[in-house]
Design a protein around this ligand. Structure first.
Ligand SMILES: Nc1ncnc2c1ncn2[C@@H]1O[C@H](COP(=O)(O)OP(=O)(O)O)[C@@H](O)[C@H]1O
Ligand SMILES: [Mg+2]
Length: 271
């Protein structure tokens, strides 16, 4: 249960596609069979982040139109042989797909996979409803800035209205900058947790490696030299139910930053 996961957000550009791609790679590296489903119809960039854009033959729209089955539209990752992508179409519009289409596609795929991860478009309109319809669990991505958190809060309220319970909604903080937290210029993870009243499942630092990775089509999770790949491994393990303390996400940050974050944590624990 809970193996159909949607990655969504309130504000656009906060890292949904990056997190979908890297979580997929990290789960696949742990031996899970994973299908990534690009529900960002009309934009589609999950294929580019995964380096698969030249391998696409069929898209989600071909599946919805009955041209091919969901299995026939899957593109297999070049390195991780247990990772697959169901690509979005760039020439279609979100109105060409319904929430029920998404449900039946996922229903057909799930017996063949351990996890299905859906990359959601920005906004809370049709595309969002399509992406969320088949999901059992939600990752809400936010950056540590007030406008992003306030939009995340609105989306969480909406998800609760859709019937999702708090245990099935998790927050991922992306583009975390420890030096700014240390100077008091950025919200801490605890500030965000209190504002959203939900558990934080992962903290992903702001990293140049991610920008390089999205330009080369090789997600950081596949780059053994990138320290940030550990953060995605932690997230993948927590998704599998392993108990890994959130503090471990800061181990990728330099020693002095780590010390100041420990100070922060202990201060909040006492308070
Ligand atoms: N942790 C991070 N550190 C640095 N850059 C990031 C990080 N996460 C995402 N980005 C960059 O931010 C931009 C938007 O990310 P993307 O995943 O496409 O967001 P969304 O899917 O929410 O629109 C991309 O250029 C991506 O490379
Ligand atoms: Mg995206």
């Amino acid at each position: 249960m809970g193996n159909v996961i949607v990655v969504t957000s309130g504000k656009g550009g906060v890292g949904k596609t990056t997190i979908t791609a890297n979580l997929g790679c990290a789960l696949a590296k742990l031996g899970e069979k994973v299908c990534l489903l690009d529900a960002d119809i009309g934009l589609k960039n999950l294929d580019i982040v995964l380096g698969l854009e030249n391998r696409i033959v069929y898209t989600l729209i071909d599946v919805v139109n009955g041209k091919v089955s969901p299995q026939e539209a899957l593109v297999r990752h070049k390195v991780l042989k247990n990772l697959y992508l169901l690509p979005a179409s760039q020439i279609a519009t979100k109105e060409m797909v319904s929430p029920n289409d998404m449900k039946s596609i996922v229903k057909e795929l799930i017996p063949n996979f351990d996890y299905i991860i859906i990359d959601s478009p920005a906004g809370i309109e049709r595309g969002f409803r399509n992406a969320v319809a088949p999901a059992e669990r939600i990752l809400v991505v936010t950056t540590p800035e007030v406008p992003a958190i306030s939009d995340a809060d609105r989306v969480i309220g909406l998800l609760e209205n859709f019937g999702f319970s708090d245990e099935n909604i998790h927050v991922v903080i992306n583009r975390f900058k420890p030096h700014m937290v240390r100077k008091g210029e950025m919200l801490t993870t605890d500030d965000i947790k209190h504002t959203l009243s939900l558990e934080i499942i992962a903290v992903i630092p702001d990293s140049e490696d991610i920008i390089v990775a999205s330009n080369t089509g090789v997600p950081v999770s596949l780059n053994g030299n990138s320290r940030i790949s550990k953060n995605f491994e932690n997230l993948a393990k927590r998704i599998r139910g392993e108990k890994i303390p959130l503090e471990e996400d800061f181990a990728t940050v330099s020693k002095s930053f780590l010390d100041s974050l420990r100070d922060f944590f202990s201060k909040f624990k006492r308070g």
